[in-house]
Design a protein around this ligand. Structure first.
Ligand code: ADP
Ligand code: MG
Length: 424
């Protein structure tokens, strides 16, 4: 089974690209399901039909679904939310505010991603294609650890086992609403699904993330940032789709400025995402609506010779390896970048703005967006190790808890252990 997730800024063409990819997969005989987790649903528009919150058949081998976020939330989060409501109100919070507060940031997207696990478990599909929410919220969602920490601190200030012993005393001393066993169980269920979802998405033999961009500066920058975070959290990005490239024929007066800017930006795209393969989709002469246009789009991304396992098979891994990774060693956090085929000359590092690093080696140039954790640290130098360049960021004196390591550690395992009353 393969999971392909397309993400990018709103309006770049994620839904169209996901739909085109899904159609191609189905034509190759893969049982395919395409779902959109973006609350601004438009999957139905792409297929020029109505798609609701239930799975509908769109073509042979192809099913689609626009996830009902509120329903998903309630299903996975309802009981916990009820308890939080009671707890917050007990603390004197106005009930309306309590209701708002009990919805965690990122929870809506999390709930919709959990549906992937449900589809994967059903065993009915060979390929699951996800049209994911715009970059900002997808990132929020991928920072599972932050959300998990919130759970630990706010929802589960009590451990289950401790509570079993202390409940009679506590209920005599205070009227604080205590979570009951049912609630612990439903949080445990939730955490189990979250853990499995995060395992599925971070298994590079199952899941590939794909960035959808347009050749525009702001769009590229946002995608670079997303790319840095995906690398940080260990999600495999295997390709970039650059949509809406103006054809050269347009090079008449009015569009010439646009075309030149796009050419410059396309060069920048190569620099920013090297060595990932980048496919280009032209700005078509009409909107991408209906299967005929989707096929046309698929042909520009995957080629026009559909063959299972061949070049034109969207389920293949377009890139294997770790173009960028981040880890801790001794006094440093190391940003490690792959350098296949680059002559090992003197390395020139330059920071343009705070969170941007430009690496120059001879004629070779690379533009990297830094995750916030790294951006504020001093660079001690860079060295070649094997076919990688490792850039050393000095850990701060008071960096007690290995911030980046703890970000990367599976939070769900920790949380589960805690729920089961084990010491972590
Ligand atoms: N390459 C393209 N050429 C022409 N129109 C396009 C192209 N890609 C997308 N569109 C149109 O742009 C609009 C937005 O695309 P959509 O896929 O919904 O973006 P997103 O899901 O990223 O918000 C849609 O009307 C779609 O038909
Ligand atoms: Mg969309």
């Amino acid at each position: 089974m393969r999971i392909l997730l397309y993400t990018g800024k709103g309006g770049v063409g994620k839904t169209s690209v996901s739909a085109a990819c899904a159609l191609r997969c189905a034509q190759l005989g893969y049982r395919t399901v395409v779902l959109s987790t973006d609350s601004a649903h438009s999957l139905g528009d792409s297929f020029d039909t109505r798609i609701g919150s239930e799975l509908v058949e769109l073509a042979p081998n192809l099913w689609g679904q626009e996830i009902d976020l509120l329903h998903q939330m309630d299903k996975y989060w309802g009981r916990v939310q009820d308890y939080l409501n009671v707890l917050f109100s007990w603390r004197g919070m106005d009930s309306l505010v309590a209701e708002e507060t009990s919805v965690l940031p990122g929870m809506v997207e999390l709930a919709s991603l959990m549906h992937i696990t449900h589809l994967a478990d059903s065993g009915k599909y060979d390929t699951i294609i996800i049209d994911a929410a715009p970059t900002g919220s997808t990132l929020q969602l991928l920072s599972f650890p932050d959300i998990a920490r919130w759970y630990i601190e706010k929802i589960m200030p009590f451990e289950r086992r401790t509570l079993q012993i202390a409940r009679p005393i506590m209920s005599r001393m205070s009227d604080i609403p205590l979570p009951d066993d049912d609630l612990f169980e439903s949080v445990e269920d939730l955490v189990n699904v979250l853990e499995r979802t995060s395992l599925l998405l971070s298994d590079s033999s199952v899941s590939s993330m794909r960035l959808v961009i347009n050749p525009e500066k702001m769009v590229i920058k946002e995608a670079q940032r997303a790319y840095a975070y995906l690398n940080l959290y260990g999600y495999a990005v295997d390709s970039v789709v650059c949509n809406r490239v103006f054809p050269q024929e347009l090079k008449e007066a009015y569009f010439s400025g646009w075309i030149e800017a796009q050419q410059r930006n396309l060069a920048f795209v190569e620099e920013a995402f090297h060595p990932l393969p980048i496919s280009r989709i032209p700005f078509f002469d009409e909107e991408v609506l209906g299967q005929k246009m989707l096929q046309r789009m698929a042909a520009t991304i995957f080629g026009d010779e559909p063959e299972r396992g061949g070049q034109g098979d969207p389920t293949r891994l377009y890139f294997q390896g770790e173009p960028q990774k981040i880890f801790a060693r001794d006094d440093h956090y190391i940003l490690s970048i792959a350098l296949p085929l680059v002559a090992k000359e003197e390395v020139n590092l330059h920071r343009s703005v705070v969170d941007e690093l430009i690496v120059r080696i001879g004629n070779w140039k690379r533009n990297i967006a830094l995750p916030i954790g790294l951006a504020r640290l001093k660079i001690d130098g860079a060295k070649y190790e094997g076919d990688r360049l490792n850039i050393l960021f000095h850990k701060e004196e008071d960096d007690s808890g290995d911030a980046i390591e703890s970000l990367q550690r599976s939070p769900w395992a920790q949380l589960k252990a805690r729920l089961q009353g084990e010491v972590v």
